[in-house]
Design a protein around this ligand. Sequence first.
Ligand code: G4P
Length: 524
Amino acid sequence: MEKKIQDDINSRRTFAIISHPDAGKTTITEKLLYFGGAIRDAGTVKGKKTGKYATSDWMEIEKQRGISVTSSVLQFDYAGKRVNILDTPGHEDFSEDTYRTLMAVDAAVMMVDSAKGIEPQTIKLFKVCRMRGIPIFTFINKMDRQGKEPLELMEELEEVLGIQSYAMNWPIGMGKEFLGIYDRYNNRIELARPEGEQRYLPVNEEGELAVEHSMTATSYYKQALEDVMLLNEAGNSFDEERVAKGELTPVFFGSALTNFGVQTFLETFLQFAPPPQARKTREGEDVEPESEVFSGFIFKIQANMNPAHRDRIAFVRIVSGKFERGMSVNVPRLSKNFKLSQTTQFLADDRETVNEAVAGDIIGLYDTGNYQIGDTVIGGKGSFQFEALPQFTPELFVRVAAKNVMKSKQFHKGILQLVQEGAIQYYKTLHTEEVILGAVGQLQFEVFEHRMRAEYNVDVQMETMGSKVARWIENEEDVKESMAGQRALLVKDRFDRKVFLFENDFAMRWFQDKFPDIHLYNLL
Ligand code: G4P
């Protein structure tokens, strides 16, 4: 492979920011873009209103600056690296797509609100990152506000998430008294309110400030020194290998809003975040990013919600080689070749045509209904397929039927295609074969309803079943229908595997106590 392409691949850093809504993901993303030169004055950009991306704002920035800011993939250059940030919505548009996006990244940044600690959505997303064994970096945000004690937050990380942590820096005070951070990694103190040019102060071999500063008289400074001493003696040590495996999370304290600690975070993150990683084929072989052959997999399909445009975009994470517009690719599932002339790097009003991209990048392919989530695309004649994307345990369920029974054929066709596409999960009751749909986010049902009408001309009626705890069964042959009941509905999934839908955790535990020989398990 040409050295230039290899260098391009090595410069890629592809990651997602995971967080519970309101932890500050939008705010930090803005600041990162600002450092990347994508936005000249970060302060003037308001990314979000009333809990939802103000998409128009992003598009406006995009038009003004001619840069790539959309809610799907953000790209910028910093310190010789090409950074790709994949969006994982934490809001009402949370869905299986959100989880699958994490299949396409090489690292994750976990944003935590210092006053709230680890919140439910963060736990869900964290688990998926953990399962993949990718490095996870933690940014504890909003230090300009009064929050939990830093040691308590570190403990919470370890206890709630079960991941060990290493504080890269340590806050000196917080809220109104937030004086700065003790940067353990760079051996310096970064001032929250720098005097003149003096933003960084060096620390000496004893770990104390090496220069005169009024801060040394404060109790916050003394407390921070004491804490750092304690971390040095009793805390985990920094271990790059364990970071790479996702066993140890480097923790940064800061404030996205006041843009404090963000640049140091970005620089340190880029130093340790991995370049594009190899992916396994179904046969268990690694496909290295530097492999000559272009390959990638589809992790998301975005259908245009506008009925005037029936096109869809399939998002491809490039695993190896180089993409060039107009190239011909093979989709082994279909044994079919496609010429990739209509490609886009970003999803926005003004989609930007991409001519070249390399391993680590994300490209969008215009799709007229050929691709499925999980599809492998390979340049030339290659025929391997990447490991299947995992199926996730849905939490929300509805019963669904066609309003007009005469439309039952289209109804089943539509469901089949949307299920294959990964938009929704399919279940059916044992004998009556009523259709039940499962999702991880409410929006999936709305999209389903909309698309059934727009694309298959079927009006559906949906009856909410609410949230359920879905469990698959290791020893299906031992399950008897009499074990099912009101609180433990027995259904089949699309592969005809039996699944219990429990009313809640309590019902599941009750079932397990009563039938200890039935071994339940959940998907991711
Ligand atoms: P999200 O994308 O994770 O949902 O969070 P977002 O960045 O939108 O931030 C949620 C709220 O928290 C916003 O306030 C934002 O200004 C605030 N915030 C983010 N980072 C910090 C920080 O470091 N310190 C403080 N004090 N606040 C922070 P909002 O009032 O809900 O929204 P807005 O009207 O200001 O946009």
